[in-house]
Ligand binder design. Structure first.
Ligand code: BGC
Ligand code: NOJ
Length: 808
């Protein structure tokens, strides 16, 4: 179905935005390797190399009105009328506008008065450059004399300084101009060994590098002086705000067009001035006929190849488009960028999150196994020898972020989840023996397995009065700060210290521990280490006993015990009576299986937390500030952790429904938060219909159903895991693939193509008895299997056909 602002073009793997005035800027990401761009449906956003704080090529402004400025702009002056193909910044009405967000590229086309301009933004694979393929057409009856002006604002590289230390940056700006190549060279003369090139493959007739000259000190970008005057000024800055702009003059006869490209590149420089020969060569390379199209074809081929490894054909349209394209695309964004750069993350703060990146990897490991391996090792090296972890690290230095430090007592357990997922996907147990030091042991080289064990030991050694894990500063819920008691409005809950010696406990960590201990036990079983397996299982049993003895509240699992030993998330509480996280993790950890509590807890979730937009994190919402609970009670009811639909938790519940064999509920819970289903209520939802949001405002909010903080959220990975491994039931295991679906009984069946350890499995699932799950028979290349585990193919096979019949 088509929405008010756009539609999915599934065959092209594109989302087509048909109006530029979307309820919020709708973002896409360019780049996959080192150079990344944020690009909205009007061309807004910025470009950076590896690190959006230290290597930001172009500038962006947050918190500003109008929203979404600056970007990659092209001004068209057609006989004195000035317009932009992406509508912004002039917002001159267009006869036609279309933006196609695809995988790693965005194509924006605008037309006015017989002139059509198309801009295709992308980063060619392996290149430190963003290319803007530009096509200008005269579709009218008269010849056209057009003047075009490109525009970017450079960012002095240090994005934090750019925003905070302009007494200095306003006097450091430097540029160099070499025909069509404009270099932003601030700092190159002294300590920098890199600069930005903004060039054009077509000969320009003028340029500008001073924002004051191009825009005018008292103007907005929508009334920029140079495009309206129709003539570049040739300005060269020393200091102030360096920009890059080319003037291009085009004469086009009716029915003709011209194509050329702008190139925004990051260049490492051997010397103290821009190496203009290299810049010229780069531009010449893209000026060759067909070069830009070849680079774009390479990008498309790369995605086709990646996605061919996992495709589904099933009765549900949203499932098809999410699994086949958008959910897989989003997990690569979260894998690449963690929580660093989006329209909600400034790119100067958090860097890579320890728990975030471990979870992101769960959704991405099948796409980028080698990079996942390296990521696990990078993460492990920010763990300390006592098992605690730096909560975040900076991507450029890979060093833990001292400002926030550690003390989040769930972090280390996620490393077990990611490592086991990696080994199940790849079969590569050698990673366990990789030497990785601890952050506080210079030159140390314990192996990865040692890190996992250190994590288990840390949780076991830090248990409270109920035998449950201490929560530390917070667990997965960053905002449940039970030891912080903050009364200072000027301090961040995230960095405020905890009261010494406090003993608040987390039921959620207990559940996560159960999950992790069982995972590690199964890994030991796979390795043939029975004693270690038994040791882990006994740790598991001990924790399970504590959970069942201390954490059951009658109809659901408690959330925590606070610093004074009071139960949190209990029927005794007036606010915050039931939380979703502990239901999810106790059940995923195997609690409540035999005694019926899992089913009861899920029924409570359904009854007390489920809404048509997804499952709310907590109910009733907190209406006042509780210093003993921390940040969670700082949000207005219905927002974020305080009873928002915190989407990240929803796929956990989907997985729980799968464990219980409830196929309809499982799919419903996937679809409730699924962005593609929001097209018919997009005015309320506002965010991109193709990327999961971190949060959908809950029923207690003033704007229920509003999606916020799209793109960089753990929701993406977990939604893909829940869909692919839970609902479609294609589970990578140590010895092969298990097919164990939990689908709506109404489905007749579905087909999955899954690449696994280099072999393509064509899986055909039939559901003649209309059940949710239960595998009756599996045949592999025509031969019936004893169980449901399809062994990893050996002997050079490239394709394996698997037929699965459901029903017991
Ligand atoms: C947010 C959390 C987030 C944390 C990270 C809090 O303000 O509510 O969702 O995890 O900041 O720093
Ligand atoms: C977002 C953070 O990135 C993540 O680490 C945390 O678990 C959730 N918010 C919940 O607070």
């Amino acid at each position: 179905m088509s929405g008010l602002y756009g539609r999915f073009d599934d065959a092209a793997r594109e989302y087509v935005v048909v109006r530029p005035d979307t309820p919020l800027p709708w973002l896409n990401y360019l780049g996959q390797d080192d150079l990344f761009g944020l690009c909205t449906n009007t061309g807004g956003g910025y470009t950076f190399w590896r690190d959006p704080r230290l290597r930001r090529l172009t500038r962006y402004r947050y918190n500003d009105a109008p929203l979404d400025s600056v970007g990659r702009y092209l001004y068209v002056n057609d006989g004195g009328i000035v317009w932009n193909p992406g509508w912004k910044p002039t917002k001159t009405p267009l006869d036609r506008y279309e933006c196609r967000h695809g995988l790693g590229y965005t194509r924006i086309a605008g037309a006015r008065d017989g002139v059509e301009v198309e801009l295709l933004f992308f980063v060619p694979p392996g290149e430190d450059a963003e290319v803007w393929k530009t096509t200008v057409r005269n579709t009218g009856a008269a010849p056209k004399d057009l003047t075009l002006f490109s525009y970017v604002e450079f960012c002095l590289y240090q994005a934090l300084d750019d925003m905070t230390n302009f007494q200095r940056t306003y006097s450091t700006g430097e540029v160099e101009i070499d025909d069509a190549a404009i270099y932003h060279t601030t700092g190159l003369r002294e300590r920098r060994r890199h600069c930005t090139l903004f060039g054009c493959t077509r000969e320009p007739s003028g340029f500008d590098t001073s924002r004051d000259a191009f825009v005018g000190v008292h103007n907005g970008l929508h009334e920029a002086a140079v495009p309206f005057a129709g003539r570049a000024r040739g300005s060269v800055v020393d200091g102030w705000n360096p920009v890059g702009s080319h003037q291009l003059d085009l004469q086009l006869e009716p029915g003709t067009e011209e194509t050329f490209a702008f190139v925004l590149a990051y260049l490492e420089e051997p010397g103290t001035v821009a190496d203009t020969a290299r810049g010229r060569a780069l531009l010449a390379r893209y000026a060759e006929p067909g070069a830009v199209d070849d680079a774009f074809a390479a990008l498309r081929a790369r995605w086709d190849e990646l996605l061919a490894g996992f495709q589904v054909d099933c009765p549900d349209e949203q499932v098809r488009r999410m699994l086949n394209t958008w959910n897989q695309s989003q997990v690569t964004a979260t894998f690449n960028l963690s929580r660093s750069a989006s329209l909600w993350e400034s790119g100067i703060g958090r860097g890579m999150g320890f728990r975030d990146s471990n979870q992101d990897l769960l959704g991405c490991v099948h796409l980028v196994p080698e990079r996942a391996r390296q990521r696990i090792l990078d993460l492990a090296s920010t763990q300390l020898s006592d098992g605690t972890c730096f909560h975040q690290y900076q991507p450029l230095t890979k060093k833990g972020n001292a400002e926030i430090g550690g003390g989040f007592f769930d972090d280390h357990l996620w490393l077990i989840a990611s490592t086991c997922a990696y080994i199940k996907e790849t079969g590569d147990t050698s990673i366990l023996a990789e030497p990785v030091g601890y952050a506080d042991v210079p030159g140390g080289a314990d192996d990865l397995l040692h890190h996992l064990e250190t994590g288990i030991a840390l949780t076991r050694a830090n248990r409270g009065d109920h035998g449950l894990p201490l929560i530390g500063h917070a667990d997965w819920n960053d905002c449940l700060n039970l030891n912080c008691f903050s009364t200072d409005p000027d301090e961040s809950f995230q960095t405020a210290g905890d009261v010494e010696g406090s003993r608040a406990e987390s039921v959620m960590i207990a559940g996560l521990f159960l999950y992790a201990a069982r995972e590690l036990a199964a890994l030991y079983a796979h390795l043939g280490r029975a004693e270690d397996e038994a040791r882990l299982l006994s740790a598991y049993d001990e924790m399970l006993a504590a959970v069942e003895a201390e954490a059951w509240d009658g109809a659901w699992y408690l959330r925590a015990f606070d610093a004074a030993g009071r139960a949190i998330g209990s029927r005794e509480s007036d606010e915050g009576r039931i939380f979703v996280e502990s239901q999810a993790w106790c059940v995923l950890g195997g609690a409540g299986g035999e005694n019926g509590r899992a089913r009861r807890a899920l029924a409570s979730v359904q009854e007390l937390l489920a809404t048509e937009d997804g499952i709310v994190l907590v109910q009733p919402a907190f209406t006042r500030y509780h210093p003993e609970l921390g940040e969670i009670t700082s949000y207005p009811p219905g927002n974020k952790e305080n009873a928002g639909i915190f989407c990240h938790t929803n796929p956990w519940i989907t997985l729980c429904w799968c464990l219980l064999g409830e196929g309809d509920r499982a799919l419903d819970s996937y679809l409730a938060i699924c962005p593609a289903t929001k097209q018919d209520r997009i005015e309320a939802y506002r965010s991109e219909p193709y990327a999961f949001a971190q949060m959908i405002a809950g029923p207690d909010a003033r704007t229920p159903g509003e999606g916020r903080n799209s793109w960089l959220t753990g929701t993406a990975a977990w939604a893909l895991v829940a869909l692919s491994q839970g609902i479609l039931g294609v589970k990578p295991c140590y010895d092969g693939l298990r097919v164990d679906p939990c689908i709506p009984p109404g489905w007749d069946g579905y087909r999955v193509t899954r690449r696994f350890r280099g072999v393509v499995y064509e899986i055909d699932v039939r559901n003649p008895r209309h059940v949710s799950g239960g595998v009756r028979a599996v045949t592999v290349d025509g031969r019936e299997l004893a169980g449901d585990l399809v062994p990893a193919a050996a002997g050079g096979k490239k394709i394996v056909h698997v037929d699965v019949e459901l029903g017991r």
